[in-house]
Design a protein around this ligand. Structure first.
Ligand SMILES: Nc1nc2c(ncn2[C@@H]2O[C@H](COP(=O)(O)OP(=O)(O)OP(=O)(O)O)[C@@H](O)[C@H]2O)c(=O)[nH]1
Ligand SMILES: [Mg+2]
Length: 216
């Protein structure tokens, strides 16, 4: 579809926190980085550029949403990150019926680019396009813009595909990838999508945070 424009200001954001945090051993959203929980950091960072209220995809008994609207998965069984994406799409269709896309941002990447949603939105060329972030030649599909028009396809695929690999779902759609550059720090280049999955990652994230002080 030509002439389609995805306006970043119209795109709602859903933070993804519906995983098991099995590698961290405790709920990742509440581990502290620089004295602040990952969830609080991500929430503050996203609201710096975000106009619409931000929702949180997490378990229904989540202890503290920090004022974000809680949107638990509708399908049981913790079927992986795309279960969170599906929840985001469904919630968007319900609450913002005019909107073409929803953005997802996981709660475990505290240095994600501030221009993330604007740049992903710029890459969208049609109402049905997906846009995902890449850095250092790696895709980061949990940082994505997802067309609400793909909801039915994801609903069917997620309960029928035996492997549920994100790249297999992406292969069913038109995907735009957007490259984000490394962030220069005092100790070298940082991948803006540095991911905190383990206690060791958290220690490394503290180093990056210190190396960024006064920079971003
Ligand atoms: N809704 C939902 N989100 C998920 C699910 N699995 C992972 N996610 C989210 O997808 C993002 C990437 O997942 P991971 O980094 O592997 O996080 P995780 O699954 O909590 O951690 P591990 O158990 O250590 O793999 C995180 O923001 C998770 O919260 C799921 O089954 N349902
Ligand atoms: Mg992760």
């Amino acid at each position: 579809m030509s002439g389609f424009i995805a306006n970043a200001d119209d795109i709602p954001v859903v933070l993804l926190a519906g995983g098991r945090s099995s590698r961290m051993g405790v709920n990742k959203a509440f581990v502290l980085l620089g004295g602040e929980s990952l969830l609080a950091r991500i929430s503050t960072r996203i609201t710096q550029r975000q106009r619409k209220p931000v929702a949180l995809n997490a378990d229904p008994d989540w202890p503290d949403t920090l004022g974000l609207t809680l949107v638990p998965d509708g399908i049981p069984g913790k079927l992986g990150p795309l279960a969170g994406v599906l929840t985001a799409m469904r919630d968007t269709a319900l609450r913002y019926p005019q909107v073409s896309h929803v953005a997802t941002v996981p709660i475990d990447s505290p240095f994600f680019p501030l221009d993330l949603i604007a740049r992903l939105a710029d890459a969208i060329q049609g109402r049905d396009d997906i846009a995902i972030a890449t850095s250092f030649d790696r895709d980061h599909p949990t940082f994505g813009l997802w067309p609400v028009s793909a909801t039915a396809d994801l609903e069917t695929w997620i309960v029928s595909d035996p492997k549920r690999r994100v790249r297999d779902f992406l292969a069913r759609h038109d995907v735009r990838t957007v490259k984000f550059p490394a962030v220069e720090t005092r100790i070298g280049p940082l991948d803006p999508f540095f991911n905190v999955n383990t206690p060791t990652d958290l220690i490394e994230a503290e180093k990056w945070l210190a190396a960024l002080e006064g920079i971003s």
